[in-house]
Design a protein around this ligand. Structure first.
Ligand code: MRU
Length: 361
C-alpha cells in the first residue's frame, strides 16, 4: 500500500537566480540554524559561497557539487565578465579563462573529501572554455554557466529519484533502516540519496521506521535527518552513535543505508566519520550495508580509499572550550573498505562495490 509523503514540505537546498539588480544570486538554506529555524540566505558573492561551504551552511556532497558550479557562475556573471572586458576585446576571453582557473582552485579547496565539489567546478570550467572557444564573449559564457547550473539543479533531483527507486528494491517490506549523517534532501538539491532510497520505499508503504544516528560532532543526523523525516512524515527514532550496536543486537535493523562523499575505483567509500564503524557492526550482525550515491560521487581517478583526502576539522566542533594539554582529533570522514559494503546504488543501478566503475561504461 502506498503512503502519503509530504516531500513538498522540504525546501530546495540551493537555487541560482537572477537578483533584483540583474546580477546572479544564489539562494540557499543555511543548514546551521536547523532544526530551530528554516533560514534562506541569498548572495551574489562567490566568496560568500566558499564561506558557506567551509562553515557547513551548505553541505552534503551532491549539494556542494552544484554549489561549487554556482560559485563559478556567480564569479563569472558578477565579476569576471566585466573585469575581462577591461582588457579589450581580443584579450577578454583568455584573461577571463585565466582568472577563472584561479577562482576554481579556490572554490575546490573549500572542502577536500567530497569529490562532487571538484566535479561541479570542473563542469563549469569546461563549459566556460567551450563557450570562449566557440567565440562567445565572457558575458555570454557567464550566461552559459547560469544555464549549466540550472541543468545541474534539475539533474540532481532526477538522479536522486532514480537511485532511490533502484535502492528501494533492495529493502524488505516494513523495513527498519539505520542511517548515518544526513544524506537526505538537504544534502542534495532535492530528494536525497540514502533518504532518497527511504522515500522511494516509503512511497510503496515499505518503511516502518528510520533510525537516525546522531552523528557527532556536528550532529547532521540529530539536527537535519530527524527534521527532514519529520517534515516528510516518516517515523524516525534518534539514537546516539554509540547505540547502534545494541540496536542491531536487539534485531531492530533490517538494513543500513548511507550516502557517500567519494567512492574510489575499487569501491572503498568515504562517508561521514562513523560510517566505517557501522559497516563493521552491520557485518557482525549479518545486516546489509548499502551505499547510495550519484555517479558524480564515483572517482575513477582514485584507485582506493587510501588515496582519498580526509578533511580535518576544527577541534571546537568536538570540544567547544579547549582544555590545556588535551588534543582533539577531528576527521570529518572515514573510509569504509569495499568488502564491508553489500551494494552500491547509483542512478544507473545496483552494483557490487568492486564493479562500481561499470557505472561509466
Ligand atoms: O560534512 P558534511 O555534512 O558535508 O558531510 C557530508 C555528508 O552529509 C555525509 O557524509 C553524507 O552521508 C554524504 S552526502 C549525501
Amino acid at each position: 500500500m502506498s503512503a502519503k509523503l509530504h516531500l513538498e514540505r522540504l525546501p530546495r537546498t540551493i537555487e541560482l537566480t537572477i537578483g533584483g539588480s540583474g546580477g546572479f544570486e544564489l539562494v540557499y538554506v543555511d543548514q546551521r540554524t536547523l532544526p530551530r529555524q528554516l533560514v534562506f540566505e541569498r548572495t551574489g558573492d562567490w566568496r560568500a559561497v566558499i564561506v558557506a561551504l567551509k562553515t557547513l551552511a551548505v553541505r552534503g556532497a551532491p549539494a556542494i557539487g552544484v554549489a561549487g558550479a554556482a560559485a563559478v557562475a556567480l564569479w563569472a556573471g558578477n565579476v569576471g565578465a566585466t573585469q575581462a572586458l577591461g582588457h579589450g576585446c581580443a584579450e577578454a576571453g583568455p584573461r577571463f579563462l585565466e582568472e577563472l582557473d584561479t577562482v576554481a582552485e579556490e572554490i575546490v579547496r573549500a572542502r577536500p573529501t567530497a569529490v562532487n565539489l571538484a566535479w561541479g567546478v570542473r563542469l563549469a570550467k569546461e563549459r566556460a572554455r567551450e563557450a570562449i572557444a566557440e567565440g562567445s564573449s565572457p558575458e555570454e559564457a557567464a550566461d552559459d554557466l547560469f544555464a549549466l547550473v540550472k541543468r545541474l539543479e534539475a539533474d540532481d533531483e532526477k538522479t536522486n529519484r532514480s537511485l532511490g527507486a533502484h535502492g528501494a528494491s533492495l529493502l524488505p517490506p516494513n523495513a527498519r533502516v539505520l542511517t548515518h549523517c544526513n544524506a537526505g534532501s538537504l544534502a542534495t538539491v532535492f530528494y536525497g540519496t540514502a533518504l532518497g532510497v527511504v522515500y522511494a520505499a516509503a512511497a510503496q508503504g515499505n518503511i516502518a521506521r528510520v533510525y537516525a544516528d546522531e552523528t557527532r560532532p556536528v550532529g547532521q543526523g540529530a539536527r537535519l535527518t530527524t527534521w527532514e523525516l519529520a517534515q516528510v512524515g516518516i517515523p524516525c527514532t534518534l539514537i546516539c552513535d554509540n547505540m547502534a550496536a545494541s540496536l542491531m543486537a536487539a534485531g531492530k535493523v533490517d538494513a543500513v543505508v548511507v550516502g557517500a562523499d567519494r567512492i574510489a575505483a575499487n569501491g572503498d567509500t568515504a562517508n561521514k566519520i562513523g560510517t566505517y564503524g557501522l559497516a563493521v557492526l552491520a557485518r557482525h550482525h549479518g545486516i546489509p550495508m548499502y551505499v547510495a550515491a550519484p555517479s558524480s560521487t564515483v572517482d575513477q581517478a582514485t584507485p582506493s580509499g587510501a588515496s582519498i583526502p580526509v578533511e580535518q576539522r576544527a577541534s571546537q566542533e568536538v570540544m567547544a572550550h579547549a582544555l590545556a594539554g588535551v588534543e582533539v582529533w577531528n576527521p570529518a570522514f572515514d573510509i569504509t573498505p569495499a568488502h564491508l559494503i553489500t551494494r552500491i546504488v547509483t542512478e544507473h543501478g545496483i552494483f557490487l562495490p568492486q564493479d562500481i566503475v561499470k557505472t561509466f561504461r
